[in-house]
Ligand binder design. Sequence first.
Ligand code: BGC
Length: 745
Amino acid sequence: MKKYLLITLSFLLFSFTGFQSSPQQKSSDKIINARVDSVLALMTLDEKIGQLNQLSYGIGWGPTVKVSVPDEYKQMIKDGKIGSFLNAIGAEFTYELQKIAVQESRLKIPLLFGLDVIHGFKTTFPVPLGEAATWQPEIVELSAHYQALESSSAGIHWTFSPMVDIARDPRWGRIMEGSGEDTYLGSLMSAARVRGYQGNLSNENIIACVKHYAGYGGAEGGRDYNTVDFSDRTLRDIYLPPFKAAVDAGVETVMASFNEIGGIPSSGSKYLLTDILRDEWKFKGFVVSDWNSIGEMINHGFALDLKNAGEISINVGLDMDMESRSYITYLNELVDEGKVKESVIDESVKRILRIKFMLGLFDDPFRYCSKEREQKNIMTNEIKNVSLDVAKRSFVLLKNEDKILPLSKEYKKIAVIGPLADSKINPLGEWNALGIEEDVISVLEGLKRYVGDKSEILYAEGCKITDPSKDGFKDAIEKVNNSDVIILCVGESRSMTGEAYSRSSLDLPGVQEDLAKELLKSGKSIIAVLMNGRPLSINWLNDNADAILETWFAGTMTGDAVAQVLFGDYNPSGKLPVTFPRTVGQVPIYYNHKNTGRPGDEKNRYTSKYLDLPLTPLYPFGYGLSYTKFNYSGLSLSKDKISSNDQLKINVNVKNIGSYDGEEVVQLYIQDLVGSVTRPVKELKRFQKIFLKKGEEKTVEFTISEEDLRFTAADMNFKSEPGLFKVYVGTNSVDVLENKFELVE
Ligand code: BGC
């Protein structure tokens, strides 16, 4: 633990010096700009267009570690027709490609290598939704730092991460790739990841790409790629802040999303790509399209053909074309026809060259391609330990009846049942880059390692995740009847969340619940270990299992993490970054909703509710138990009125009244009671994760000011409005203490 803290501390010191705009930084910006201009001056139009072209390496999609370079690509690199590759990986292989660019092309401009390093390169960390459940941006930053260290050692310069799309609909498979439903938590995670990846842009860092800009998570019905249509206010107050946070943290690239918003596809949106991103936010990096998102504007019915699509995108500020080949095929003609100005292309080229200079690629194009670093830095014990720590912190204890957890070491026979118990592929989650199942510790392996010869583990798969067969039940029942307690590993397969993996049901797939029902008949206690990349409607488990531990898809070290948490070496501290509905029919259900004119009231028919459901979700946002218990008291405010220059101090006492040391995420929500537009019933504004020894009490202090109360008002200005505000502080978004204050002019 000590060693780990030391790593954290030195890392934070190191990274916080990263993106300051010091005088040296400014002068180095000047030097870079001058060098960019000097290269641009030498370039033909075709060479310029080549810089805007990004192709995926190899045939079709997916990371390619080493295959020989096809002649078409060789020639294109030589002709200066490729600015960047995605999915070309490995020190040796990227070296070969880079060599062609810097030795055989006329201007010797280095290539940029990108990859989806979403939650790990070779060592897999928990999926981003799980990382968000840590409520520890500093831990997420550390995780990103190590992901950068590994991938940068294998030739990668650039990751298409962080994905910061707010997701209020768990049917959407990509909810797993983001930080959940909340704008504030999502913004902190966004900035943390950017800092972690980019650091000070040494060759141990990679540049980040915030995506998918914008509104992609708002897909109607949670169906991937679907239409998005919400107000500009919702866009600005809910969906955009995590992007702005990334820009403020210095993110170097932005990815334009597939979707349209209100009729305009993002990849053709001047409003998003120029007015907001460049004019309002002063973003200096470059924008890359999503995969063929330029070409998809034809299907959207926004562009006539691929040529027209390219014309639209370049003119609204989309700099690099991922895989549609529109720019490389048509920009030259479009310039000839006067539809695209060469000066527009120049700007995009400059933005891309600037980043190649910043990464040091013009000085040493092979900076990232060292076989020695590749051997030294990948899957080290240090990285695996960090992954293990993040995994444990990401788990959320959803239920713990009669304090059955932590598991007693007295159990001599433990039944480990379920299709996810011995799975090594599923804990990897989607977007696992080079993570492979052979490197994963399954729950079964982790538990066996943990108990050694002190207890006997009896394993049965019981059933598959989606298959209807119940043939395996018998074996599972026998094992259970012969055991003292059941650890039941159920959930989704990794391929049920991620891109294009939307589901219309949130229930446990297949016959897993039937299996659980059979096992319950044994009378033995059931500890459910869940793996999934989205909220699930696990009502039966909630009613019948003795304990439920949400582990998401926790990566390489899953089994060790689960064992250490179940046996109490680590006391769970994760909190849900997203609401768990009772049923899919309750979706969208998110904590920061509006009140409506008829707030739900179970006793009053004419109010906003479903006839057949309670008003509440299964588990609210911010929810998560601990093996110990925390008591909240004495919520007090330093003032009952503040003006725009004041700071408001909010204090609360938190006491550990249970039997274990533990961590608690103390959450602060605010409600603006009356506005020129209606306001959410609650908004997360601050949180602190604190550690309390058994019996210990601490006063937690939060500071907020007028700035925290701003929103897009009726006149579309981002500002606060005087009036009454409620303050809620507690252990989740529902169980809170309450107080109030007034903002005066
Ligand atoms: C996804 C992006 C990803 C890109 C490159 C697209 O299909 O939407 O998130 O970065 O592919 O792999």
